[in-house]
Design a protein around this ligand. Structure first.
Ligand SMILES: CC(C)(COP(=O)(O)OP(=O)(O)OC[C@H]1O[C@@H](n2cnc3c(N)ncnc32)[C@H](O)[C@@H]1OP(=O)(O)O)[C@@H](O)C(=O)NCCC(=O)NCCS
Length: 145
C-alpha cells in the first residue's frame, strides 16, 4: 500500500521536469510557500509520484463564486509506476491538504491525457480547451469539495 507524504518543494522538481517538461513555477520560487502543499510517494528511496497545491482563484467565472479556491499543479507519476494508484494517492493527499486549510474548490489545467484521471475523481471541465506551449492542449477542470 502506497502513501503520500509532505515533502520539500525541491524534492518534486526533478520528476516534474522529467514527466511534465517544466520545473517549479516562478511563484513557487519567489514566495515563502505559505500554505502550499508539496506531496510525494517515495518507493525504495526514489520519488515515484508528486503533486502540488496552492491557493489561487479559478481563472474564469464558473458557476457561483467559491471562496477558498486552490490550484493543483505538478501532478507527475514516474512512467514505470502509472496505473497503480499512485496518482490517486497523491491527489487524495492534496485534497486533504486543501480541506485542512478550509479550501472549498480545487482546479487544474489538465493535459488531455490526464483528463480522465481527474474526471474519475469528480472533476468537471469548466472552460474550453486551450493550448499551452509545453503541455499542449489543456482542459480547465474543477472540483467542489
Ligand atoms: C495523470 C497521472 C498523474 C495519473 O496517475 P496514475 O498513478 O497513473 O493514476 P491512477 O493509477 O491513480 O489512476 C486512477 C484512475 O484514473 C484513471 N486514469 C489514470 N490514468 C489514465 C489514463 N492514462 N487514461 C485513462 N484513464 C486514466 C483510471 O480510471 C484509473 O483507474 P484504473 O487504473 O483502475 O482504470 C499520470 O498518468 C501521469 O503522471 N501522467 C503524465 C503527466 C500528466 O499528464 N500529469 C497531469 C498533468 S495535468
Amino acid at each position: 500500500m502506497f502513501s503520500a507524504i509532505p515533502v520539500a518543494a525541491e524534492l518534486t522538481y526533478p520528476l516534474r521536469r522529467q514527466v511534465l517538461g517544466r520545473g517549479p513555477t516562478p511563484a513557487e520560487l519567489d514566495c515563502a510557500l505559505t500554505d502550499w502543499g508539496h506531496y510525494g510517494v517515495i518507493i525504495d528511496g526514489g520519488v515515484a509520484a508528486v503533486g502540488v497545491t496552492h491557493p489561487r482563484a479559478l481563472p474564469v467565472p464558473a458557476g457561483r463564486p467559491v471562496p477558498g479556491s486552490w490550484r493543483i499543479i505538478g501532478m507527475a507519476v514516474d512512467q514505470g509506476f502509472r496505473r497503480r494508484g499512485l496518482g490517486t494517492v497523491v491527489l487524495t493527499a492534496l485534497l486533504a491538504h486543501v480541506r485542512s486549510h478550509s479550501g472549498r474548490r480545487v482546479w487544474c489545467q489538465a493535459r488531455v491525457g490526464a483528463a480522465e484521471f481527474y474526471r474519475r475523481h469528480g472533476f468537471d471541465q469548466v472552460a474550453a480547451q486551450r493550448d499551452d506551449r509545453i503541455a499542449g492542449p489543456q482542459l480547465l477542470m474543477s472540483l467542489l469539495l
